[in-house]
Design a protein around this ligand. Structure first.
Ligand code: SF4
Ligand code: SF4
Length: 71
C-alpha cells in the first residue's frame, strides 16, 4: 500500500510504500526539518510544507520506500 502526504498547496507530494518500509527510521534521523516519524512501525510524513527538498530521505531509505515529487 502506498500512502501519500502532500503539502497544503498539493504541489509537493511524498509517497511511502508500506510494502517496502520496515521502520528503519533512517528517514526520521536524516531529515533536517523533522518531517518523518514512526507510527505503528511505519514512517509517516507531517508538515510537508516545511520540507526543504534536500532529497536526503529518498537517498537514505535503505528499502527505496520513499518517493518525493521534488527528487
Ligand atoms: S527509512 Fe525507509 S524503511 Fe526506514 S522508516 Fe523511513 S521510509 Fe521506512
Ligand atoms: S526532502 Fe529533505 S527536507 Fe524534505 S522530507 Fe526529505 S529529508 Fe526532509
Amino acid at each position: 500500500m502506498i500512502k501519500e502526504f502532500a503539502s497544503s498547496s498539493g504541489e509537493m507530494v511524498i509517497k511511502i510504500d508500506y510494502d517496502k518500509c520496515n521502520g528503519a527510521a533512517k528517514c526520521v534521523e536524516v531529515c533536517p526539518v523533522d518531517i518523518y516519524r514512526l507510527e505503528n512501525g511505519k514512517a509517516i510524513a507531517e508538515n510537508v510544507d516545511e520540507c526543504i527538498e534536500c532529497c536526503a530521505c529518498v537517498e537514505t531509505c535503505p528499502n527505496g520506500a520513499i518517493e518525493h515529487s521534488s527528487c
